[in-house]
Write a protein that binds this ligand. Sequence first.
Ligand code: GLN
Length: 453
Amino acid sequence: TEAHLSAIAGARGLNAFITETPDRARAMAKASDERLARGEAGALEGIPLGIKDLYCTEGVRTTAGSHILGNFVPPYESTITKQLWRDGAVMLGKLNLDEFAMGSSNETSHFGPVTSPWRKRGGNASLVPGGSSGGSAAAVAARLCLGATATDTGGSIRQPAAFTGTVGIKPTYGRCSRFGVVAFASSLDQAGPIARTVRDAAILMRSMAGYDPNDSTSANLPVPDYEASVGRSVAGKVIGIPKEYRLDGMPAEIEALWQQGIAWLKEAGAEIRDISLPHTKYALPAYYIVAPAEASSNLARYDGVRYGLRVPGKDIADLYGKTRAEGFGKEVRRRVMIGTYVLSAGYYDAFYVKAQKIRTLIKRDFETVYAEGVDAILTPATPSAAFAIGEKGSGNPVEMYLNDIFTVTVNMAGLPGIAVPAGTSTEGLPLGLQLIGRPFDEDTLFSLGEVME
Ligand code: GLN
């Protein structure tokens, strides 16, 4: 814990943490030492972690990367962090993120962008760590913590993991409790870990997963010993390669990485099969209707009355308006406007209902290939390596949204997906591959992921 606290103090330039909690970390580490001395070690005893600042932590400010929650101190603890502390983990602090987890570069945070610890070979430009779990990915990559919690609504665990050479898994929808995790798009949000290795991710997942009566969408299923899947043979596993993910103009290095992944899995005894997921091309536009729709509804609670920022007004409506105008950043306001538009009478059928129908078709694409015996699907995690801060999306938000092209289908279908570091770009940056699994079969992803890392 002391080593990590000094690493954090020496790396403030990365802006990975919004709130550091050294006193709490030391107290937790001390309690850990005492349990260890009594021979009562938990599965994560004494392991220092960073917590994405979207997880409510009792008595510790939880901002969601937003000005509107800049002074919010939750009176309760999220289920996941409760489970991590139950198993002996130590909290180092709260990690930076895109505002309300809306973004792919961590540049929408009210608390400023996070800088990746990576640089292009021979280059000096500050790169994004990806988003929205940019603080989590940067902190793990820069060795500021041994692991971190993250969340993934459309790729926010897998894309930053791929950009920083770390491992990130988005579990099946319902595998981890969402209780106490600030909501973005409730039918897509899932919590999961970012870690240095597949094994570390498996160990963290075991503590994070599990049924929670406080989350009505939580799955009442036993949690397997994920670590036991790491190193298990993958001989005979059928790996689907979806032709729709082979994009026109995909960089040669991404195509080469994909081929390398195929070769590794073949060598390990897996069977490679060409598959089709025909509705893939509709996933991104449908996601950018469903996610803002749910976000606009979830964010209605930030009105300056119950908690968070309050900007006084001449009457209650004026107070609402002023609080939300000042409290929300540009990207969040854009999402709220898109969301309220697609949900409004007259447009609801044309946009929201259409997008939900597309969602069903996307889900069926996966069900069909899984019914035909495919165990997992291999794709690139991102269409490129990390880009520079300020390079994308400033004039055209769609440019940023395109970064989620390989990840959003997984959330739309509620499936598990893992990103593992698998290679290096010609400029020396990490590149990741993604494996998509059957519902609640994270085990197979850990076995296959370990073959490639
Ligand atoms: N980049 C996507 C978005 O901005 C996904 C974010 C996420 O997974 N939280 O909506």
